[in-house]
Design a binder for this molecule. Structure first.
Ligand SMILES: Cc1cc2nc3c(=O)[nH]c(=O)nc-3n(C[C@H](O)[C@H](O)[C@H](O)COP(=O)(O)OP(=O)(O)OC[C@H]3O[C@@H](n4cnc5c(N)ncnc54)[C@H](O)[C@@H]3O)c2cc1C
Length: 398
């Protein structure tokens, strides 16, 4: 199997490397200076065609033809130089691709640049206390009064809700229409009267989620993406990008190497745990899954390079990532023994001893829910990939 990228890609790699050598020299800087330096670096990298490649020039991007091999070379070289890529978050990964596909020219003008600069930070407002997998049952209402939507209801589990300045989400705008047909995709400013945000403390001790309460909150009539009542279809566009970005994450190798180190450090019956037959067996199985994930990501990459659709491989990758991450967490939990009883963040212990694995142990539980639960992913793979009959509950609900 030839895993090289070809001579053209290697020439391009040399170009990227030489650009980084000149443009990315952060050195020792004060925090505010570093921030300004990074902003300036991103602009230079965009002008050179390395960042924001899918975004048209008129909205601040570098508007490059789609080329997955070049994109991969850029990712590898930026990572090697520890240079910042595009600004992260829901805005860039979900809202901007959705606006590029479905937004009006005015919306693209108004939101894309400010999201790229980090001036607008977005929360994803899909979930409500009574909705989750059954996303179409959203109840938070938006009523058109004059030239504004007036919003009442509640959203929950909003990641990065502490920093979010704005929200995109699904709102019920046609109460008398069908379940899927009565929803619109709206954007709104979160810093206004009528919006209350509250943190939700998790079992790690951290408050990464927020819930938002809307009491006659307002947003301009023109801040709707797509047609009124067509929010369900617009949200499919966002989810496609959300799942693609989750599925392509390549985080397993590093965690696996740390797990092996943990097995070398911890002891079972006075011996390094790595010598224990059961531990070795578990590690071997996990390594198999880690390699399956790695080679599947090569497969995804080859499909994309050949301009073929990934099909269900993307969903399988998310499942594999979640399940393998959880297997690693279970083994780590056995290895750290009583250290797992230490209360995480609130005890101020994070990052010191074996208990730092608590993040992995608890975090992997969340990963099996975020962005579509494992059961739902399995249903889709079974129905669309294996051609099994549709879930009876979903059929009844149509
Ligand atoms: C880390 C994390 C980050 C998140 N960030 C956000 C965010 O930023 N914005 C946001 O809006 N939401 C966010 N969420 C919420 C997330 O999208 C929902 O929790 C998720 O969609 C599941 O919904 P639910 O919790 O209501 O579970 P439910 O839908 O009630 O599901 C409960 C269980 O039933 C199963 N189930 C439900 N229906 C079916 C079915 N038809 N077939 C088979 N099994 C089924 C599910 O798989 C699950 O195991 C986040 C969640 C997590 C964990």
């Amino acid at each position: 199997m030839d895993l090289s990228y070809g001579e053209g890609a290697e020439t391009f790699r040399r170009e990227v490397r030489s650009f980084l050598k000149g443009a990315w020299q952060p050195g020792e800087r004060r925090k505010d200076e570093l921030k300004a330096f990074i902003r300036d670096f991103r602009t230079k990298a965009t002008d050179a065609g390395y960042l924001y490649r899918a975004i048209p020039k008129q909205y601040g991007g570098s508007e490059q033809p789609a080329d997955v091999v070049k994109a991969q070379v850029i990712r590898e070289e930026f990572a090697r130089a520890r240079a910042p890529m595009e600004i992260g978050g829901n805005g860039m990964s979900m809202l901007v691709p959705t606006l590029l596909e479905k937004g009006t020219p005015e919306q693209k003008d108004m939101f894309i640049r400010q999201t790229m600069s980090g001036d607008m930070m977005w929360g994803q407002g899909y979930s409500e206390p009574a909705t989750g997998s059954d996303l179409a049952s959203v109840r938070t209402r938006a009523e058109l009064v004059g030239d504004e939507w007036v919003i009442n209801g509640q959203k929950i589990w909003t990641s990065q809700g502490d920093r979010a300045t704005h929200m995109f989400g699904l709102f019920r705008t046609e109460p008398n229409a069908s379940k899927h047909g009565g929803i619109s995709y709206l954007m709104l400013d979160l810093n206004q009267p009528g919006v209350t945000r509250r943190p939700i403390r998790q079992m790690t001790g951290e408050a990464g989620f927020y819930e938002f309460f809307f009491d006659n909150a307002r947003t301009p009539a023109s801040w709707i993406v797509g047609e009124r009542g067509d929010g369900w279809n617009v949200s499919r566009t966002t989810l496609k990008h959300e799942r693609a970005s989750i599925g392509s994450a390549d985080a397993l190798g590093g965690t696996f190497r740390k797990l092996v180190e943990l097995a070398q450090e911890m002891e079972i019956d006075g011996q390094p745990a790595i010598k224990d037959a059961k531990v070795r067996d578990a590690l071997t199985k996990i390594e198999g899954w880690v390699m399956a994930h790695r080679y599947s990501s090569f497969r995804l990459f080859s499909l994309a390079a050949a301009q073929e659709q990934p099909g269900l491989v993307g969903l399988m990758m998310k499942l594999l990532l979640t399940e393998t991450g959880h297997e690693m967490a279970l083994l780590a939990q056995e290895l750290i023994g009583d250290h797992a009883l230490i209360e995480p963040a609130s005890a101020g212990t994070r990052g010191r001893g074996p208990e730092k694995w608590l993040d992995q142990i608890m975090g992997t539980l969340g990963n099996s829910i975020a962005g579509g639960t494992t059961n739902i992913q399995r249903n889709i793979i079974a129905e669309r990939g294996l051609g099994l009959p549709r879930d009876l509950a979903m059929e009844a609900d149509k």
